[in-house]
Design a protein around this ligand. Structure first.
Ligand SMILES: C[S@@+](CC[C@H](N)C(=O)[O-])C[C@H]1O[C@@H](n2cnc3c(N)ncnc32)[C@H](O)[C@@H]1O
Length: 275
């Protein structure tokens, strides 16, 4: 890929998705786009750029572009200290008997193939069982990759995806099928998936006010400007007192000071103060 081609495509990817490929990631972008060129029978990256900008099927191709420029690495029960923190918040606040009538709303932003929102659903079900409480709850998983979302909706996971799922949880919430493990309807029915581009300001309006947001391992792909934009939107989406979980290596510093970090051993969670 020529330098000018890299700059044009890098800027286009950034403009559409907020995902930023720095100069030292040119090889990565090139590798990821190669298949698109082959599939579309295009000979140069410049041709692909014009196809995306002005082609008749540009709008449709954008979804394939999102599929290839995203990194969809995820797993069930990722980052256990954070999940312990989630359990403790659920027990002390959201699943307490005084909150029985309010629907607990959780959003997994950048949910990839669904392991994160399904993990949250399993944790809520397990906590309710342990507390002998029943509460209404709703989880939404959104992503910019339609391919990842399709896989999330299919909800069949291979042995590798299941590597952190303990045997009792596997037996209780999954059914062995030919090509892996299918998540049971008791969990599947709790999670709704939707396409959402975090770079699209209008898209946030469709989300209702949310109690808990997971946006883990997503901001790392953005530059400071995009991180700031997303952090502001996440702040607006949260109810007062609501919580935001970011990835292990991510922080809102210095892009936003609106949410208060609460540090606990091995983990940080952000909380929105009273408005
Ligand atoms: C590394 S995965 C993280 C999955 C999960 N949150 C976790 O921590 O295991 C990052 C996800 O963010 C999504 N993503 C990247 N940019 C996005 C954007 N602008 N809007 C929505 N999702 C985006 C990718 O498609 C990918 O599925």
């Amino acid at each position: 890929m020529r330098r000018e081609e890299f700059i044009s495509l890098r800027d286009l990817v950034y403009e559409k998705s907020g995902i930023y490929f720095s100069d030292n990631k040119a090889y990565l972008l090139e590798n990821r786009l190669k298949n698109r060129l082959a599939e579309l029978n295009l000979s140069t990256f410049e041709d692909y750029y014009y196809y995306l900008r002005y082609g008749e099927r540009a709008a449709e191709e954008l979804f394939s572009l999102f599929d290839v420029v995203t990194t969809n690495e995820t797993s069930f029960f990722r980052n256990p200290p954070q999940l312990e923190m989630l359990k403790s918040i659920l027990r002390s606040e959201y699943l307490s008997p005084d909150n029985r009538s309010e629907t607990l709303r959780v959003w997994s932003a950048g949910c990839s193939t669904g392991e994160e929102p399904y993990t949250i659903a399993i944790i809520i079900l397990e906590e309710m069982e342990a507390l002998r409480e029943t509460h209404p709850f709703a989880i939404i998983g959104t992503d910019i990759s339609k391919k990842a979302l399709l896989s999330a909706e299919t909800a069949i996971f291979n042995n590798y995806a299941m590597r952190h799922v303990d045997a009792p949880i596997k037996d209780k919430y999954f059914t062995k099928v030919n090509n892996g493990y299918a998540i049971n309807d008791s969990v599947k029915g709790r999670v709704k998936f939707e396409f959402m581009n975090l770079n699209d300001t209008k898209a946030y309006r469709k989300l209702g006010k949310t109690d808990i947001v997971f946006c883990r391992n997503v901001l790392i792909y953005f530059d400071e400007g995009m991180k700031k934009k997303v952090a502001n939107h996440l702040h607006d989406v949260l109810k007062s007192g609501g919580y935001l979980f970011l990835g292990h290596s991510e922080s809102l510093y210095p892009v936003s000071k609106a949410l208060k970090p609460i540090a606990l051993p091995g983990t940080i969670v952000y909380q929105k103060g009273a408005e």
